[in-house]
Structure formats: C-alpha cells, structure tokens
Design a protein around this ligand. Structure first.
Ligand code: ATP
Length: 905
C-alpha cells in the first residue's frame, strides 16, 4: 500500500482541483444551457494575468490572486453571460464555435506576449514537505486539496440551503417559475457565470503551477475538468467532484506505471479525455440531457447562383489556379498547401455545414491519412496510388469510431467527445512508432515518381498540378453528393433529425456514412500534407488546429464548394504572403478567434446581397427568385382526386400502455385503436399524456410497459424509422420542418426518406424511377394541401399556419397508411382549420388512411372524428363518438377542472 500512497495523495490533490473546475463547468452549463468550451481559456488568461502581476510587476501573489478573482473573474463572467445570451436562437455548432473561439484568442494572445519560449508559471504555494501517514506531502498539495474541498463544500451548501442558490438551480429547469417567484432569470444567470468563472480562475492558478505559460497547454490542462463533468453527467455536482478525484488518482497511478510499462507511457495527461470519451460512448442516451433553452434556430439557406454562372466561375477559378506556377512560382508551396486545405475544408464542411454534425478532431483523421500513407509508401514500398487509396480507407474505421458518439449524442456532447478524441489521439498515438515512426523526424512521405509528358509529379510544380487535379476531383465529388440523395438527406438531418427518422430514414446509418466519408477525405488531405513537406509527422496535425479549422469553415458563409476555396486562401495563402512568421500566424489566429466568438453575428448577417443575386440570376438566365416571406395564403383548393392505395391493415393498436418519467406517470395503462379509413380523436386537457402516447406509438420514447401494434405486428421495440417504413407517419406539436429546404424539397423528403431507409446503398443514391415516384408523391401532396403555391419558398421562413400545412403535406407524400397528427390546427385560423378538416376527410375517404388526431379544437374534432378517446392525468376516461363525448359528464368535469385551473393562473 505504501508504494501507492504518495501517488494517491498527489492524485487527490490535483483531482480535487479537477473536481472544483468541473463544478464551474457544470454550474454554467446547468444555468445557461451553454457549454463553455473556453473554460480552459479563461483559466489560462487568469494564469497569464497572475504571472504578469507577480513576475513582471513584482506584486505579491495574494494581491495578484485577489485581482484575478475580484476583477478578472467578474469581468469575464459578465462578458460570457452577454455572449451566452447573444446565442439565443443560434444552432449548436455556432454555440460550440463561439466558446471554442476563446481558446483561439487566448492562445494567440499568449503567443503574441511571448513569441519565443513561454516562461514557466512559478509555483506560488509552499513546496516544502511534511510527513503524513508516512508519506512526504508538499504544502502545495495540502492547500490544493483543502481549498478545493472547502470551496466545493461551500458551493454545495449554497445550492442546498441559500435561497439564491436554490433559485440558481431552478433557473434552467423553469425560468418562468423563477420569474414568477420575483427573481430575474438574467440576474441569476449572470451570477452563475460569475461564480463559474471564479472557479475557472482558481483552477487556472492552481493547475498552472510549473506549466509553460502557453494558452494551448494551459487550456488542455484545465480541460481535464471536462472529464470530471462527464462523470457527473454534466448535471450532478457531487458526482462531478468525485469524478475529479477519481481522475486525479487515476492519472497519478498511470504516472506510477509510466516508467515501467511501455504502453502506459504518455497516457497520464490524456486519461481525462479517455474518460470523457468513454463516458460519452457508454452513458445511456437519455441520461445526457442536452440543455435547450431556446427555440430551434431558424435554418439559413445559402444562395446558389445559377448552374451556368457557377460552372463559368469554377472554370475561371481553375484557370487562375493553373497559372500559379507560372506567375507565382516562388510561392508554390503556399498555394499547394491551399489546395490541400481545400480538400480538408470540404471534408470538414460535409460534417459541420452539410450534416449539422460537429467534429473537433478533424486533424486526427488527417494524421491517420498521413501516417498510413507514409507507412504504405515508404515503409512497405507500395505503389503511390495504392498507398494513397489505402490511406484513405484506413481512416474509414476511425470515422466509424467517431460516428459512435455521433449516433448516440449530438450537439455539445458530440463536440466534447470529438475534442476528447482529438487530444487523446495526439497525446497517445501521434508519438507512437506505429503512427509516425520512432524518429522525431517522422516518416518520409514520397511524392509520385511518374511523369506525364514533361510534367514530373515529384517536382514542386508537378506536385502542384497533381494537387489541383485532386482538389478538383474532391470538389466534383462533394458537389455531386450535394445534388444527390445523400446530400438531400444530410441537409434534412442537419435541420431535423427527428423528422427524418419519423419519415423512414435511419439517421444513424447516415451519420456513419458521412463520418466515414469525411474521415476518408480528410485522410487524403493528410496524406497530401505529408507529401507536400515530404514527411509525415504529428506536428502538422495538432488538435488545436482542429478547432481553428472549424472556426474558419463556419465563418466563411458562402455556399459550397466556394467556402472551401476562400477559407483555404485565407488560411494558407494570406499568411504566406505576409512574411511575418509566427507573429502573423498569431494575429490571424486572433482574428479567427474573434470571428468565432462573434460567429453568431457573422452568420446572422450572412447572405448574398439582393443586387448581386439579381445580377447573377440574370447572368445565368434564371427567373426572379420567389418571395421568401410566406405572406401569400395558400388557399387550399377543392381536393384533387387521389389514388386509392392498397387497403390498409388493422391499423394502430395501443395495448395497456404505461409511460413513466421518473416519478411522473404520464400515461397510465392506456389501450386504444386507430383503425384504417377513419379519423380517431385523442383529446384531453393539457398534460393529459397525449403527446407522450404519440411518442410511444412512433418510437420516440420507451414505454414502461404495454405494447404497440401496427397492422397486427408488434413494433414496441422497433425504431421510429422502421415504424415509418411500415406505414406510420406523424406530425409534431411544434412543427419539425427541414427549415433550410424549400417547401417542395420538404414534401419530397417525406417520400425520399422512406425510400432511403436504413440501407447505406439506398441512402447514397436513388434510381430514376425512385426520383419520379418522389416527384409524383410530392406534387400530389402539394396539390392536396394547396402548398404548391409556395413550393419554392424556404420552409424556415413560413408562418405557423403554412408550416402546419407543409408538415401535413410531407406526411401525405410519405408511404403512410396511418398518420398521427399532433395538434395540427394550432396556429391555423378558422378558415384554414375548416380546409384542413376537408383535406383530412378526403385523404381518409380516398386513400383509406387511418388518422389518430390529437386536437384541442373541439369543432374540428366533432366535424372530422369518427370516434374519440379522452385522456385525463394519463388515464383513458372516455371512448365513444364525438356526440357522446359532448354529452359525457366525466369528460366535461375533466375539461372544467382544466378550465378552472387555467382561470386561476
Ligand atoms: N420527457 C419528459 N420528462 C418528464 N416528464 C414528462 C416528459 N414528457 C412529458 N412529461 C410529463 O408527462 C405529462 C404528460 O405530458 P404530455 O406532453 O404527454 O401531455 P399532453 O396531453 O400532450 O399535453 P399538451 O396538450 O399540453 O401538449 C405531463 O405531466 C408532462 O409534464
């Protein structure tokens, strides 16, 4: 035991600080819904300030620490709260990039402050030792542990016993309740940010000891707190602190074995990231609650010039790039790097721009490509092309590995998992022989030795042309993907994975495809990077650059593939011409960081100006764009004749369904049927359990007990997509449209998603016959609902009434014989509701579709429903015809109770 004790003591000391830092992370995440990826950056900034005051100005450390805590922490806290508030309505990627941008800023500031070797942060706590339990313990360790424990205890007490602390805990769950109790949620959050920032400042000062004063290193050290927060599932404060202790001790134990066990070497600092990654992979999906405080962001639709204009511009761009060796021969390396970056940015754009996924480990994919190519080509002596192809293929399983967290979690958790993986990959794998060899020089990455005519591809000029062709091929591939089924599915997934699933496409398969594809392309870029510099080595692929390139790709808001070209020029060519060396790079990094932090404004302001659009449209012979606002009311016409489908089966049966959420029984032993060719109403007061029943039917929640049968087959365990493919469609209480697609594309996706299904090949592309089927189904659904008049309007811009119609049309375009419609008339005026009812009746009459309708509008229920089920407090209290329902005392009492409750609010 004695041999372990010193390590356990050291581990507990650092672990307590990790725990403390983790508490700050959880605190701000819980109260604001914004995960602060810049947490380590704030810590680094406080270490900078402390060092400046103490070492440069000679101020005693207690005063320096007081300035950090009393001035820097509140100032940064207030700034961060403002930033967090500005992110209301922004999408997850923007939220991540905004706080990630702080790392770029602080790292750049640090590099500008000390351009050469950064000084070391001198310990300020006593290093003398005392003997405790037979172990030598430094006073620093004792203070770290005692201080962190005391600070955490005060925080727990504050949250449990102090009124303001209790309010702070409540603000994320129910801000309205907080307002009603007389507190201002903004003030509460502001204090939470200040408190959280104080924790990061303290963590910065305590963890920086003996570390170099460089922003990236310090941020990484404090990132260990993310591992602790993951153990606490980003929610529990005591578990987070315990997680910190666990990580501290685990790191110390790994350190103990590092000297003797070979494979353990270098693992200690990456252990928190391993734990972070593993927790995100193994934690049951429902346990990681993504905090959502704001309405879904409105999707932004980039302008695309007419095809003719784009082709011409592309030809000019290629022509100009082809001239580079002739006119800019001296800078050919810089331009070659830009071509490689076009490939890298396109591969990243496939994820973060086209599919709404986040990857903060893209450089790791590139590193795999560089290492694999160098091994295959230089060590194994394979032919160049075979080595390149195999290098791309080697990255595919790595992409699939990252798709695991992507399938399980999204948004901030995916960002964390990929960040953890990126750091882990660099710290554990880059340094191993199997990646870049045992020499610090890396492994040679040979250029091709073949020639075409007088063009020798091993020369700088020849290699440049080879890169130009490769970049062009990747551009063509990405454009083709964008125009094909895969591209449409990816865009739809970016807007609403939920809608895509409930229309039949399995989004997990789609995610695996896009991660594998993206990893393979990034791997190609990595292999070319190696060839460009003639060596494959880890330093070209640092994790930090993964976050830099995400910021770059997101900030250039022009359409695909142009963003990649412009971003590559900004990233590689401009610094090459400025000749400022490291300082120029730091200034650019600072600018990218500032851009990332303000990304929400940049992307809001994005868009091609109207005159430019008009000019390009005229140039390309395109008719004027349709109005983008949905002012015109699409008066539904007389229903068109629709095909009678095959007679539907037995319809939907819900048997003894019970759904509990913790202690709440939302649905209690409910049985009902929705037969084909009829409209069945499901009504009840607010909170009665209607949506929960719908979600159980379509597979969006797991029933505690009971069964769901579709046409006689038990689908209780089937995924939402599988149920959709079996004929069950639905709409949502809060509409789930593909906001960046047009109305026509939305409706077409209603059928195409089901055709794509869960088969990877079917998701990649569809046949011509399928395309006709999709177009016909969309036309018919549009005519039926009157949405053909707004077919080319972007769905995200429509008012609520039209959104409902589009959602219905999308469901009608799908291959569904049973539809679950969740409050479809809310937001419609009386006229629209009447028309809506007519459409429903037509569909049921002509197609034999069965409809289960959740509805608060009793007039509509009376007019269209054949039978009605009434829920109250999760239990079925009535079943009969609408007329019988209106006569029922029990139903009246349930509604009256609700009305009285409402009146009393
Ligand atoms: N994910 C969840 N976690 C915890 N409780 C939940 C969850 N979803 C629903 N509930 C609770 O279950 C009960 C039923 O909610 P549900 O949304 O199904 O009612 P509803 O009849 O659709 O109400 P409304 O008409 O207002 O939409 C409510 O008390 C609600 O607070």
């Amino acid at each position: 035991m004695n041999e372990f004790l010193p390590f356990i003591v050291a581990g507990l000391a650092t672990g307590a600080v990790y725990g403390l830092a983790g508490l700050g992370v959880v605190l701000t995440y819980k109260t604001s819904g914004i995960f602060n990826f810049g947490y380590g950056a704030v810590a680094a900034l406080s270490a900078f300030l402390f060092h400046f005051l103490r070492a440069d100005l000679g101020i005693p450390w207690p005063i320096a620490a007081a300035v950090c805590l009393g001035v820097l922490a509140p100032a940064m806290g207030l700034l961060l709260e403002l930033l967090a508030r500005s992110l209301a309505g922004a999408n997850e990627t923007i939220k991540v990039v905004t706080t990630v941008g702080m790392i770029l800023i602080v790292a750049a500031l640090g590099a500008l402050w000390h351009p050469d070797n950064p000084p070391t942060f001198a310990p300020f706590l006593p290093q003398s030792t005392v003997r405790l339990l037979g172990v030598n313990v430094t006073w620093e360790q004792i203070v770290l542990f005692a201080f962190s424990l005391a600070a955490s205890a005060v925080l727990f007490w504050f949250f449990r016993s102090v009124r303001f602390g209790i309010v702070m805990r409540g603000v994320v769950d129910d801000p309205d309740l907080v307002s009603m109790s007389g507190d201002d949620p903004v003030r509460v959050r502001r204090w939470a940010w200040i408190l959280g920032t104080m924790f990061s400042v303290v963590a910065g000062l305590l963890l920086a000891s003996a570390q170099p004063l460089d922003g990236v290193t310090l941020s990484t050290v404090v990132f260990a707190a993310f591992g602790a927060a993951a153990v606490g599932r980003f929610s529990s404060l005591p578990l987070t602190f315990a997680g910190g202790l666990l990580i501290g001790v685990a790191v110390a134990m790994v350190d103990k074995y590092a000297a003797t066990v070979d494979w353990v070497g270098g693992m200690a600092p990456s252990l928190p990231f391993l734990i972070l990654f593993v927790v995100l992979i193994v934690t049951p999906r429902g346990k990681l609650v993504q905090r959502r405080l704001v309405a879904q962001a409105q999707a932004y639709r980039p302008y695309h010039a007419p095809a003719r204009v784009r082709l011409a511009a592309g030809a000019v761009a290629v022509g100009l790039l082809a001239l580079v060796p002739a006119v800019q021969g001296a800078q050919i390396a810089v331009w070659s790097a830009a071509l490689v970056h076009i490939i890298l940015f396109l591969s990243l754009g496939l994820l973060i721009r086209q599919s709404g996924q986040i990857s903060l480990c893209h450089m790791a994919f590139a590193a795999v490509g560089a290492a694999a190519f160098a091994h295959f080509a230089a060590v194994e002596g394979m032919p160049w092309a075979a080595a390149l192809l195999l290098a791309a293929l080697v990255a595919v399983p790595v992409g699939a590995l990252i798709a695991i967290p992507a399938v399980r979690v999204s948004g901030v958790f995916l960002a964390l998992a990929t960040l953890g993986f990126g750091i882990l990959a660099q710290q554990v794998f880059y340094t191993r022989g199997f990646m870049f060899g045992d020499s610090t020089m890396g492994i040679p990455a040979p250029r091709p030795t073949f020639t075409i005519g007088s063009l020798d591809f091993s020369t700088d000029e020849g290699f440049y042309y080879l890169l130009l062709v490769a970049a062009l091929l990747v551009v063509v591939l990405v454009v083709a993907i964008g125009h094909g089924r895969l591209g449409r599915l990816l865009e739809a997934m970016a807007d609403s994975p939920l809608a895509l699933e409930t229309h039949g496409a399995t989004s997990s398969v789609l995610k695996v495809i896009v991660f594998c594809l993206s990893a393979a392309l990034a791997s190609l870029a990595g292999a070319f990077t190696g060839m460009l510099y003639q060596f494959g080595i880890g330093t070209y692929f640092e994790w930090f650059n993964s976050i830099l390139i995400v910021a770059v790709v997101l900030l250039v808001t022009v359409g695909s593939p142009w963003y990649a070209v412009i971003a590559a020029i900004a990233y590689s060519v401009i610094p090459g011409y400025l000749h400022g060396g490291a300082t120029t790079n730091s200034v650019l990094q600072l600018l990218f960081g500032l851009g990332a932090v303000t990304a929400v404004y940049a992307t809001r302001a994005a868009g091609t100006p109207e005159p430019v659009r008009n000019f390009l449209d005229r140039l390309g012979g395109r008719r004027p764009a349709p109005a983008t606002t949905g002012e015109a009311r699409p008066a539904p016409r007389a229903p068109v004749t629709v095909r009678r489908e095959e007679p539907a089966g037995k319809g939907l049966e819900v048997r003894d369904l019970t759904v509990r959420f913790g202690g709440v029984t939302a649905v209690d032993n409910v049985s009902l049927t929705a037969p084909p060719g009829a409209i069945t109403g499901l009504v009840g007061p607010n909170g009665a359990g209607k949506t929960t029943t719908f979600n159980a039917c379509s597979g969006l929640n797991s029933p505690t007990s009971g069964r769901i049968l579709l046409h006689g087959a038990d689908v209780t365990r089937a995924s939402p997509a599988r149920r959709a493919r079996r004929g069950l469609g639905r709409t949502f209480q809060r509409t789930e449209l593909f906001g960046s697609l047009t109305v026509r594309q939305n409706i077409a996706m209603g059928r195409e998603a089901a055709l794509a299904g869960g088969n990877p090949l079917a998701q990649l592309a569809g046949s011509r016959h399928a395309a006709r089927l999709v177009a016909d189904a969309a036309e018919e659904a549009m005519a039926l609902t009157g949405t053909d008049r707004i077919a080319d309007v972007q769905a995200g811009l429509l008012p609520i009434g039209q959104r409902r119609l589009v959602e219905l049309a999308r469901a009608l375009a799908g291959p569904f014989d049973l539809l679950l419609l969740d409050e479809p008339s809310s937001g419609l005026d009386a006229y629209e509701t009447e028309e809506f009812g007519r459409v429903l009746k037509t569909v049921v009459r002509e197609r034999g579709t069965g409809i289960l309708l959740v509805e608060h509008d009793m007039t509509l229920v009376r007019e269209v429903c054949d039978r009605v089920h009434v829920l109250d407090f999760g239990s079925l209290i009535f079943e009969g015809t609408p007329e019988e329902m209106h006569a029922s005392e029990r139903v009246r009492a349930a509604y009256l109770g609700d009305a009285v409750a409402l009146a009393g609010e």
